[in-house]
Design a protein around this ligand. Structure first.
Ligand code: ADE
Length: 261
């Protein structure tokens, strides 16, 4: 996959593109990320890329000519062009999945008070990463690149993207734990120590439902619960354990205490 980022501030990407999973994905050839400095396409002697808003108003507006020239320098028939702006449609996991299947993604970062509105005619979609105004699209583009690249085959282990939040029909990911088993009196849940995979899977799904009900009930608005899930919800409400959890805990009772010593 290739991603071209059109920006006035390419220097903002230096650490981002050289670190962690993004840096590794670039060096492994999983993704090619190209930075295009919009200012390089200004025909103006002073390399000006903005001007006053026509009709009055505060701030400066990005001019069309350098933007369109920069876009044309990278656009091909296979390009999908995204303009970042707080007025765009909300970005979410589903969009990240969609972008990860594109051959060429072009991301255009706005700046200053905005972009000449006519530029919207040159793009496929306008996207916002949330209901707040950033000083420019650069941070938003990093959010998009990060969330897309980690979905590309080979970027991270496949299992990491299977169970995570938003992949199982809009459930948040279940809580996870690592060592030590007890820290400042706080223990990891006993069921995770039983070694019973069926019981652990059941518990994980129930915790994912519990967390989603508590934190993001909006994600569950159109969800139709199946029989097992309804049973889990009842157990969440009553605090009762399922037979499978009880059996796993009973069988492990002999050795569970050893973990906590
Ligand atoms: N540019 C400024 N604010 C933005 C936002 N919330 N999302 C995307 N691009 C932006």
């Amino acid at each position: 996959m290739k991603i071209s980022i059109l920006t006035l501030f390419p220097e903002m990407y230096e650490n981002f593109l050289n670190s962690s999973i993004i840096g590794r994905s670039i060096s492994r050839g999983i993704v090619d990320i190209e930075l295009v400095n919009i200012r390089d396409f200004s025909k103006d002697k002073t390399k000006r890329v903005d001007d006053r808003p026509i009709g009055g108003g505060a701030g400066l507006i990005m001019k069309l000519e350098p933007l369109v020239a920069a876009l044309r320098s990278v656009k091909t028939k296979e390009s999908h062009i995204v303009l970042l702006a707080p007025t765009g449609k909300h970005y979410a996991h589903e969009t990240a999945c969609d972008y990860s299947s594109k051959k060429h993604l072009i991301i255009v970062c706005g700046h200053y008070e905005g972009i000449d509105f006519r530029f919207e005619k040159y793009v496929d979609e306008i996207v916002s990463i949330g209901d707040y105004v950033l000083t420019g699209g650069e941070l938003a583009s990093m959010v998009i690149v990060d969330s897309v690249v980690r979905l590309l085959p080979g970027a991270i282990s496949e299992e990491s993207t299977v169970d995570e939040s938003f992949t199982d029909e809009n459930l948040l990911e279940y809580p996870q734990y690592t060592f030590p088993i007890v820290f400042e009196g706080k223990s990891v849940p006993n069921i995770l120590l039983t070694g019973n995979h069926e019981a652990v899977d059941y518990y994980h799904k129930k915790q994912a439902i519990k967390l989603t009900i508590e934190r993001r009930p909006d994600l569950l608005k159109n969800r139709v619960w199946n029989e097992v899930e309804r049973k889990m919800i009842n157990e969440i409400k009553t605090g009762e354990l399922s037979a499978i959890e009880k059996t796993a805990l009973d069988n492990a009772a002999r050795f569970l205490h050893k973990y906590k010593e």
